[in-house]
Design a protein around this ligand. Structure first.
Ligand SMILES: Cc1cc2nc3c(=O)[nH]c(=O)nc-3n(C[C@H](O)[C@H](O)[C@H](O)COP(=O)(O)OP(=O)(O)OC[C@H]3O[C@@H](n4cnc5c(N)ncnc54)[C@H](O)[C@@H]3O)c2cc1C
Length: 396
């Protein structure tokens, strides 16, 4: 009996699952006993992690984008564009609809459609939106703004949690500080503030390092400031608690949400995210409980950290469980919460050594004390060049 696996979203985690399964089941696919199909609304994939570096002239669009077909196994059936843009998911009838009105049925479904910025959630934000979070174009716009910072009050504001890679605005702020100090050499003329929606910045040891380094570098941190409004006429932001901060330049990480199509398909929980068992990653939500439906990556439950590192480990667990299901061996591989957050505290330049570290942790095992190093910076920079061939292809 032929079985089918349908993967929604050919971004990071969806591609990893497709590639691991295409390798594992090459014989079954050749014998037409198994079919793996992946859908996406477009045919170019982006390594979003590169957005954080573009404002400082690091990485080019060519380095952080690639046609999806180049990184997805030819054993996988791919549909991109109108035949791949999901418009409705019917878990009960095991059916997925797309923009072209085509329908796909499945035995196993993997939902890996990431998350999106929700600019309109904050009144006024769209009127003064400078963000490196949403697209290459937006990251380039921030690059132009950063180049022209001469003096005044620069505020980097994270509107709310969860967002993908909550460490990205932290390393952006460190790199901005380093850029102004060592490259533009006008750091003393700029008041730099990171505005954070909650008290801790990451797990305790991460928070400790970040707090100490920001203090040393004279970067102000304002915590517990969930953004509620941007008043462009006064150049002022206000929090839900009524606190106010003014700025000359505002760089924002907007609130994020699961793709609207999943909300409209009735799959989202009360927080707007797609609930799943945090270990098996099976769908468990308002549409029911489905062991043949897996949820992974940025659209997952609000309390699973949304990072590429986490999405990668989830993709490995999901691929293993799909293999177990196909083999019928009744083994369950659990996602143990493996995740991580690369941090950068200094840019590499002719005047200073870059410093970074890739902090990792999992459920019940938070990071030990660490420090950023030049080797950490080098490894993190280098990673972007092996991302496509090693990580996306699911080689580890
Ligand atoms: C600025 C920034 C910096 C980051 N830095 C890091 C970092 O340093 N380290 C790290 O580990 N992580 C980082 N991340 C997070 C990382 O990029 C994400 O966690 C990761 O991409 C999540 O993978 P995913 O598969 O869930 O989603 P994605 O990779 O976003 O893939 C989702 C896919 O679904 C598709 N899709 C959406 N809607 C539809 C639809 N209706 N129909 C069909 N397809 C659809 C999209 O086109 C996309 O291809 C960063 C993220 C950002 C934004």
């Amino acid at each position: 009996m032929k079985r089918s696996i349908l993967i929604l979203g050919a971004g990071y985690s969806g591609s990893v699952v497709a590639n691991i399964l295409a390798r594992e089941f090459r014989k079954k696919i050749a014998k037409e006993e198994l079919e793996i199909t992946i859908l996406d609304k477009n045919d170019i994939t982006i390594n979003q992690g590169g957005f954080t570096f573009i404002p400082f002239g690091l990485y080019t669009p060519e380095e952080i984008t690639i046609p999806r077909k180049k990184v997805i196994s030819p054993r996988v059936k791919t549909f991109f564009g109108k035949d791949g843009e999901v418009t409705f998911i019917d878990l009960k009838n095991k059916e997925v609809m797309v923009r072209s009105d085509k329908k796909y049925s499945y035995d196993y479904l993997v939902i890996a459609m990431g998350c999106t910025a929700d600019i309109n959630a904050i009144p006024g934000l769209a009127d003064d939106l400078n963000t490196f979070y949403t697209s290459i174009e937006d990251a380039f716009k921030v690059r132009d703004l950063v180049k022209n910072i001469n003096s005044g009050k620069v505020v980097v504001c994270v509107a709310s949690m969860p967002v993908p890679c909550p460490g990205a605005p932290v390393k952006f702020t460190f790199m901005l500080e380093s850029y102004l100090r060592h490259i533009k050499k006008n750091r003393d003329d700029v008041h730099l503030t990171l505005v954070w929606p909650m008290e801790p910045i990451g797990p305790p040891e991460f928070n400790k390092l970040v707090t100490e380094e920001f203090k040393q570098k004279n970067v102000e941190i304002i915590r517990n400031f969930p953004l509620s409004i941007v008043d462009t006429s006064k150049k002022e932001i206000a929090s839900k608690n009524g606190d106010k901060i003014n700025y000359d330049l505002l760089i924002t990480v907007p609130p994020h949400k699961a793709p609207q199509v999943l909300i409209d398909s009735g799959l989202a929980d009360e927080k707007g995210w797609i609930s799943a068992d945090k270990a098996t990653l099976h769908y468990r939500g308002p549409a029911g409980s489905y062991d043949n439906v897996y949820v992974l990556g940025d659209l997952g439950p609000a309390d699973i950290l949304k990072t590429g590192i986490g999405a990668h480990y989830q993709a490995i667990a999901v691929s293993q469980n799909l293999s177990n299901d196909i083999y019928g061996n009744k083994i369950k591989t659990l996602y143990m919460g493996e995740t991580g957050c690369p941090i950068v505290t200094e840019l590499e330049s002719p005047f200073t050594k870059g410093k970074g570290y890739i902090a990792t942790w999992k459920y019940g095992m938070l990071p030990s004390p660490f420090t950023t190093t030049n080797m950490g910076w080098f490894l993190y920079r280098m990673y972007y060049y092996i991302h496509w061939d090693i990580s996306v292809k699911g080689m580890f």
